[in-house]
Design a protein around this ligand. Structure first.
Ligand SMILES: Nc1nc2c(ncn2[C@@H]2O[C@H](COP(=O)(O)OP(=O)(O)OP(=O)(O)O)[C@@H](O)[C@H]2O)c(=O)[nH]1
Ligand SMILES: [Mg+2]
Length: 342
């Protein structure tokens, strides 16, 4: 174990891969490993990339990784696929898309897929991010597919979140449907080479002006007049952040320098007024609640007899017990019968 810990901290690839497997599968020693690595974390810049399937997230991630590598920055990539129960599948697809990066010692790529519940995946990806952070990667790019709560949770572990759209996925902009607009720091209309990109860009801008919290803040600040701050530099200046809408053609590297500039500007924005600290504080609070909830439910379910639960479910169905009372009874019974739960 000590060897594994020092290996990760030294940035040794085999140790990193092993450590990721240990934390991903919650193997014995995972908690000890994470505890030892924790003091070495908090240095990486974490960028989340989310959006509907097929919008070009992986292509965008590899284009970004290549561009950051050209600036001598080290990059780790985690591709999280909550829709796939087979991590092998996720690995295959991403390997093909990220083939150009293979063999570069400054890049580390890892895929994670659902085993069991989605909440578990969000926790596992947080742990994986910590391992890569402790290993010294300067940038960690986290790709998540889809738009459920789990993706939102994973995106929330990032400092800068990109929401990726593409034209021609249907009439509506996917982010609006899924309600993930609020988590976007930067909106990317990828596949800008395809017809329909203009209308995707303009619907996103319209949505932002109406619906984004920063736009509302701005309205108050400017007495009801919305300024069109689509220029990220102006947003930094003005001390609020209205997500810019950028176009990319990830498969050709188009728009990548502008995207990197926007990412840098968002980072600069976070450095103002302790915004990064308060973001981190929020993230820690969310994580703590989440882990506590998971730990408590696991502990309870381990000691409540199966028959007791089955009996309660039957009584609730027969309308002789209501769900609220059932919960109270379970909690009361457990606390008195199992003092170590206190
Ligand atoms: N025309 C065009 N095609 C692109 C662009 N970017 C990606 N693609 C293609 O779109 C397809 C999907 O790209 P991916 O990068 O796998 O998309 P993804 O969002 O990661 O997909 P999932 O992870 O399955 O949700 C691939 O065939 C890419 O080559 C682009 O800018 N323009
Ligand atoms: Mg992908």
């Amino acid at each position: 174990m000590n060897e594994l810990i020092t290996g990760v901290i030294k940035g040794e690839r085999r140790a990193i891969a092993r450590a990721l497997t240990v934390v991903e599968n919650e193997r014995d020693g995972a908690e000890m490993l994470l505890a030892a690595l924790f003091p070495h974390t908090g240095r990486a810049q974490i960028i989340g990339i989310t959006g509907a399937p097929g919008t070009g997230k992986s292509t965008l991630v590899s284009a970004l990784a290549k561009a950051y590598r050209a600036q001598q920055q080290t990059v780790a990539i985690i591709a999280v696929d909550p829709t796939s129960p087979f991590s092998g599948g996720a690995i295959m697809g991403d390997r093909i898309r990220m083939r150009d990066l293979a063999g570069d010692p400054g890049v580390f790529i890892r895929s994670m897929a659902t085993r069991g519940n989605l909440g578990g995946l969000a926790r596992a990806s947080r742990d994986a991010i910590r391992v890569l952070d402790a290993a010294g990667f300067e940038l960690i790019l986290v790709e998540t597919v889809g738009a459920g709560q789990s993706e939102v949770d994973i995106a929330r572990t990032a400092q800068t979140t990109l929401v990726v759209e593409a034209p021609g996925l249907g009439d509506d902009v996917q982010a609006i449907k899924a309600g993930i607009l609020e988590i976007a720091d930067i909106l990317v209309v990828n596949k800008a080479d395809k017809p329909g990109a203009d209308s995707t860009v303009s619907s996103l801008k319209a949505m932002l002006e109406l619906g984004h919290p920063a736009a509302r803040e701005q309205m108050v600040a400017h007495h009801g007049r919305i300024l069109h701050v689509q220029n990220p530099a102006a947003a930094v200046e003005a001390r609020f952040w209205l997500p810019p809408v950028l176009r990319t053609v990830a498969s050709e590297g188009g728009g990548i320098p502008e995207l990197m500039q926007a990412i840098a500007q968002h980072r600069a924005h976070l450095a103002l007024d302790g915004a990064l600290q308060s973001l981190e504080k929020q993230q820690i609070e969310i994580e703590l609640h989440d882990r506590l909830r998971a730990a408590l439910i696991a502990r309870l379910l381990a000691i409540i007899p199966q028959e007791m639960l089955a009996d309660m479910i039957a009584r609730i169905q027969a309308r002789t017990l209501d769900p609220h009372a059932a919960v109270q009874q379970l909690l009361a019974a457990q606390v008195s019968q199992y003092p170590d739960l206190r």
